[in-house]
Design a binder for this molecule. Structure first.
Ligand code: ACO
Length: 431
């Protein structure tokens, strides 16, 4: 971070200079940390769209150009050449692993997949029809009640242990949440399998059957996970950092991130996109549905389209578009009516002036929902899968924040628009 120049803010009563800070790439920021002391004023930025809340060297996004870099590497190169586990190492430690580093990391991570056997008992406390995100959120938070040796966040080795544990155990909890919902026995993790093979195995194997993981489908799953691993200071990552800024333990922080991800405007979008397709029903329903979307008063949005940051094509969506077609072909699903409807909707919407003029393109959720459906994953599990992937980003960002000496507890201010001070009126005098 360098200070290159300053900007002057002037008003009738103030004239103050504020430093302008430059990162490695991307727009400069005005350092407003001394704004209240110098001026008695606060900045007003609901939604934080114009505010950098931290420094970070993990992920860089240029939404206008459709660029996404992890530790400097373009997402396209990672998606085509690296595995999810390799990308996890990169995000956590800043560099791609050597062969030896990778083997050690992979072996260590695989041993952390298993859950303390008592954690099984949690699942019985949930209704069978509980949303798996509810189970995930609760169980991940409860890990802090089991892994006490991961709670001392002042120690780098302990932070690393918790980070690895979370990345390795969240898929097991996720798969068991699914198995619980369908009344099947839990499948224990297999340390020999890759991250994605093991995950698919825990989801779909049953005692007595010889479930073989299809390599094309395992690659598609790995790609979905890789593409969702981190995405800069989005709502759930900001939540993780905010909760972490209080010194809360990492399991509580990631549980909070899962809660934030659950919302339909964030991680729930691929589930919402699939539900939307189901409600449109068929190709014939597209024109009427798009009319509703364009009507401001309807409150209906085209789910899986648009992004707060990407005002050009989301680079992750491009990769998943190709993967989606690969999976559909491998499984011979070209004639699946829902996938057919999705492809038609994509075509019609990307040629429609309403979406083109507002720079609304299909986002990663549009295609990930379709791939997950093709893989046989129920819609209620979509956001859960997103959480499995994003755990890597959350723990990397949490570690970075804890290790940043300038990090402080997050405590924003407000513009108060309520009643000014007034005198209490006893109930008997209120009429
Ligand atoms: N369908 C229809 N119109 C839309 C959509 C959409 N999906 N998204 C934005 N618009 C319109 C808005 O109505 C607005 O129109 P106006 O200028 O006529 O008022 C214009 O486009 C700009 O919209 P904003 O709300 O300012 O866009 P914002 O950047 O705040 O929204 C968001 C981003 C929340 C992702 C939005 O595009 C949306 O709701 N998309 C659908 C949900 C979705 O797919 N979310 C996943 C995001 S990706 C992720 O979390 C990994």
């Amino acid at each position: 971070m360098t200070e290159s120049r300053s900007v002057r803010l002037t008003s009738e009563s103030h004239c103050d200079d504020f430093p302008v800070l430059s990162g490695t790439i991307g727009p400069d920021v005005i350092d407003l940390r001394t704004l209240p002391q110098k001026t008695g004023l606060f900045s007003f930025d609901p939604g934080l769209g114009g505010t950098a809340t931290c420094t970070s060297s993990i992920t860089y996004i240029d939404g206008d150009k459709g660029i996404l870099l992890h530790r400097g590497y373009p997402i396209e190169e990672l998606a085509l050449n690296a595995s999810f586990t390799e990308t996890a190492y990169l995000l956590l430690y800043g560099e791609l692993p050597t062969t030896d580093e990778y083997q050690v990391f992979r072996t260590n991570m695989n041993t952390h997949r298993l859950l303390n056997e008592q954690i099984r008992n949690f699942f019985n406390g949930f209704r069978r029809d509980a949303h798996p995100m509810a189970i995930l959120c609760g169980t991940v938070g409860a890990l802090s009640a089991f892994y006490h040796d991961g709670l001392d966040i002042s120690q780098p080795a302990t932070r690393d242990l918790s980070a690895r544990r979370l990345i390795a155990k969240v898929p097991t909890i996720a798969a068991w949440a699914y198995k619980y919902s369908i009344g099947e026995p839990f499948i224990y993790p297999d340390e020999e399998m890759s991250f994605s093979e093991n995950f698919l195995h825990m989801l779909f194997a049953r005692p007595g059957n010889h479930y073989r993981v299809n390599p094309v489908l395992a690659r598609a799953m790995d790609r979905i996970l890789l593409l969702h691993a981190d995405h800069e200071q989005n709502a759930s990552t900001t939540t993780v950092r905010l909760v972490g800024s209080t010194g809360a333990n990492p399991y509580a922080c990631i549980s909070a991130g899962i809660a934030a991800l659950w919302g339909p405007a964030h991680g729930g979008a691929n589930e919402a996109a699939l539900n939307m397709l189901q409600s449109i029903g068929s190709r014939e329903g597209i024109p009427a549905f798009l009319e509703k979307v364009k009507d401001r008063n309807s409150g209906v949005r085209l789910m899986g389209f648009g992004h707060r940051v990407y005002k050009n094509f989301d680079p992750r969506a491009k990769i998943l578009q190709a993967t989606c077609h690969e999976v559909i072909e491998e499984l011979g699903l070209e004639r699946d009516p829902l996938l057919d409807l999705a492809m038609e909707l994509e075509k019609v919407a990307t040629e429609d002036d309403y979406f083109v003029s507002r720079k609304l393109y299909p986002n990663v959720d549009f295609y990930s929902g379709l791939i997950l459906k093709a893989l046989g994953i129920p819609t209620s599990m979509f956001t859960v899968l997103f959480a499995v992937a994003r755990t890597v980003g959350w723990v990397s960002q949490w570690k970075e924040m804890i290790e940043d000496p300038s990090a402080r507890i997050n405590r924003p201010r407000q513009l108060y628009i309520g009643q000014p001070e007034r005198k209490f009126v006893p109930m008997s005098e209120r009429g």
